[in-house]
Design a protein around this ligand. Structure first.
Ligand SMILES: *Cc1c(COP(=O)(O)O)cnc(C)c1O
Length: 377
């Protein structure tokens, strides 16, 4: 077993060797600028359009033109939220989102607030799920966009996308979802879910960093957020990242091929990790809904354990602590679930992925149990 064991697949994933193989020729052979009129341009353009069509099929989009390539989900979230707000400013000035969203969504909304828009941030229950009644009550005639993530990056819970989509459709309000953690891991069909815009990223699904996309349903208008050559149908200027785009498409296609079997395997490993820790220790809280969650995702709080000291003890595994990515404060996601109590104890996020084995899971569980016992004295 090679140490430390990587268990942080919601932060990023390694590039799958099959994805890298698909990308390599596009650095040195098909290296043309897809905007060029000559043969080199045409070859690169063909690779991009094959990728676009493949991604559109994977998401069940109606046409490949509904896929806009970006540098990742942060850019996609910004483009979706600010782009729709700018395009629909005359129709209304109100947006609705959720307190547990990724900073790319929350900060894009805050930026709009400073420009005169109004934003409602809905709370969640102790299980991390949004109350659909509260969402319905928040919608007004001025609401132009609802943004709700499909799967939470920190606590792994899956929101009821289809129900939210139906509600938005009934009210004639656009629905954006940051689907970065859901796409490739759980079924995500934009038409079945009634999603109008969806953000995704290659590096969370065994593709390269710096490549992502935004699904924009046909008929939805968007104001570009970056001026330039008018690429991507005027929605996102900048020379296309051809190897990255090919990698994104390949990574997504592989995830879909293997999804059912891999989800079963990851759920089994996740439950094994959870039961092994809970069987050996008292005072273990699972954060987020126990079953309505991503297959390979576990988030726990160990009561009576200091978070910083626990991270120092865990040398054999690479996991994330909520404290680490929110230095100096409690995670905004845990605070939304548990209020003031969120800061108590040590929180750990396990992101189990494609290359983890049962032996690694057992090792990780044993290391966590031993460290917690030492620190509790
Ligand atoms: C990782 C992540 C992002 C940011 O994606 P990048 O491609 O790294 O910009 C946004 N939202 C969620 C839910 C994520 O998990």
């Amino acid at each position: 077993m090679r140490l430390p064991i990587y268990l942080d697949c919601n932060a990023t994933t390694p590039v799958d060797a099959r994805v890298l193989d698909a990308m390599l020729p596009h650095f040195t052979e098909t290296f043309g600028n897809p905007s060029s009129g000559h043969r080199f341009g045409a070859d690169a353009r063909a690779a991009v359009e094959r990728s676009r069509a493949s991604i559109a099929r994977c998401l069940n989009a109606e046409t490949p033109a509904e896929i806009v390539f970006t540098s990742g989900a942060t850019e996609s979230d910004n483009l979706a939220i600010k782009g729709v707000a700018a395009a629909l400013r005359d129709r209304g000035d109100h947006l609705v989102t959720v307190a547990t969203e990724h900073p790319a969504v929350l900060d894009a909304c805050a930026s709009l607030e400073r420009r005169g828009f109004r934003v409602t941030r809905l709370g969640v229950g102790r299980d991390g799920l949004l109350d659909l009644g509260a969402l319905a009550d928040a919608l007004t005639t001025q609401t132009i966009l609802v943004s709700v993530m499909a799967a939470n990056n920190e606590i792994g819970v899956l929101q009821d996308m289809a129900a939210i989509g139906r509600l938005c459709r009934e009210r004639g309000i656009l629905f954006h979802s940051d689907a970065t953690q859901a796409v490739g891991k759980v079924p995500f069909d934009v038409r079945a879910l009634g999603v109008d815009l969806a953000s995704f990223s290659a590096h969370k699904i065994y593709g390269p960093k710096g490549a992502g996309g935004l699904y924009v349903r046909r008929g939805v208008t968007l104001r570009a957020q970056q001026d330039g050559g008018g690429h991507e149908g005027g929605r996102r200027s900048g020379t296309l990242n051809v190897p990255g785009i090919v990698g994104l498409a390949e990574a997504l296609a592989l995830c879909l091929e293997e999804m059912e079997e891999e989800a079963r395997r990851l759920m089994h490993l996740r439950d094994r990790l959870k039961e092994r820790i809970r069987g050996a220790l008292d005072g273990v809280r699972v954060n987020g809904h126990e079953t309505q969650r991503l297959p390979g995702h576990l988030h726990i709080t160990l009561e009576g354990v200091d978070g910083d000291r626990l991270m120092m003890e865990l040398q054999g595994i690479a996991v994330s602590s909520s404290a680490a990515c929110h230095s100096g404060g409690t995670s905004h996601v845990l605070a939304a679930l548990h209020g003031a109590a969120a800061g108590n104890g040590a929180s750990l996020r396990f992101g189990i992925g494609r290359y983890n084995t049962a032996d690694e899971i057992d090792y990780a569980a044993d290391e966590v149990v031993a460290a917690a016992r030492r620190l509790r004295g």
